[in-house]
Design a protein around this ligand. Structure first.
Ligand SMILES: C[S@@+](CC[C@H](N)C(=O)[O-])C[C@H]1O[C@@H](n2cnc3c(N)ncnc32)[C@H](O)[C@@H]1O
Length: 241
């Protein structure tokens, strides 16, 4: 499907494998700091089959393709994201090696076994989603990423790698506990750690303050700002947690 030109805008990606121009629209996730750090962390071998779950504009799958992956399968709950990701891939000459499907988590790719899964689904608490343009990952932000881990199963080959962002802007320890249970502690490797200031609108939200006070979110004050920490993990599926 071709996306209507009335709702799209151009976005210049200056991250890994860029610069390149993407088309975006207001109802599709705009790449963020997390996207940039995820892109830097990706390790792609020639011939890799890649599932990009929660693909948004398709940017991370596009980076993977430009790093040499053979096939990209993107999926997203949002129809608009799926249409836009397909449009972006076609515009960048990647139409032949990419496909995009709408649905919940791995539902649309039930027959695929990938070498790499890019697992950047929505992972912020409902209370933060209410004061930002981002979509929620559940009450503590860990629920949807944990469901993603629990349903990953055969979608990742033995020896395959999941690239997983976690952050102190969500119930990070719960998410990591689930990841350790599935992959085994020894198979989780932090590839990048970065700190970012929480947007002021988020820091001032009473609901967010409550999550900080009760210890669900772990923010570090710096001057007048609250800082949150992002970690990108490589989780290797060995078959032996
Ligand atoms: C944090 S954004 C990341 C988008 C993209 N990876 C990027 O970095 O620009 C998360 C994406 O997950 C999608 N998403 C939310 N719930 C989902 C679900 N249940 N199944 C699949 N995708 C989902 C959202 O629509 C959004 O595009």
């Amino acid at each position: 499907m071709v996306v209507s030109s009335e709702v799209v805008s151009s976005y210049e990606w200056r991250g890994r494998t860029g610069p390149l121009t993407l088309v975006l629209r207001p109802d599709v996730f705009t790449p963020t700091h997390t996207t940039l750090v995820m892109a830097d962390a990706l390790e792609i071998n020639p011939e890799d089959v890649v599932i990009d779950v929660g693909c948004g504009s398709g940017v991370l799958g596009i980076v993977a393709a430009r790093l040499g992956a053979a096939r990209i399968i993107g999926c997203d709950l949002s129809n608009e994201a799926v249409d836009l990701a397909g449009e972006n891939a076609r515009r960048l000459g990647l139409g032949d090696c990419s496909e995009y499907h709408q649905g919940h988590l791995f539902g649309p790719v039930a027959d695929v076994e990938a070498d790499v899964v890019i697992g950047d689904v929505s992972g912020i608490p409902d209370a933060i989603a209410e004061v930002t343009p981002w979509t929620s990952g559940g009450p503590t932000g860990a629920e949807l990423p944990i469901e993603m881990l629990e349903t990953l199963g055969e979608r990742l080959k033995i020896g395959g790698r999941l690239y997983l962002p976690t952050g102190t802007m969500q119930a990070e320890e719960r998410l990591l506990e689930a990841a350790r249970g599935i992959f085994g502690d020894a198979n989780l490797h932090p590839l990048a750690v970065r700190e970012f200031p929480l947007p002021t609108t988020v820091a001032r939200s009473p609901a967010v303050q409550r999550l900080v006070d009760e210890g669900t979110l772990d923010m570090r004050p710096r001057g007048t700002r609250l800082m949150w920490r992002l970690t990108v993990w490589r989780c290797t599926r060995t078959g032996h947690p």
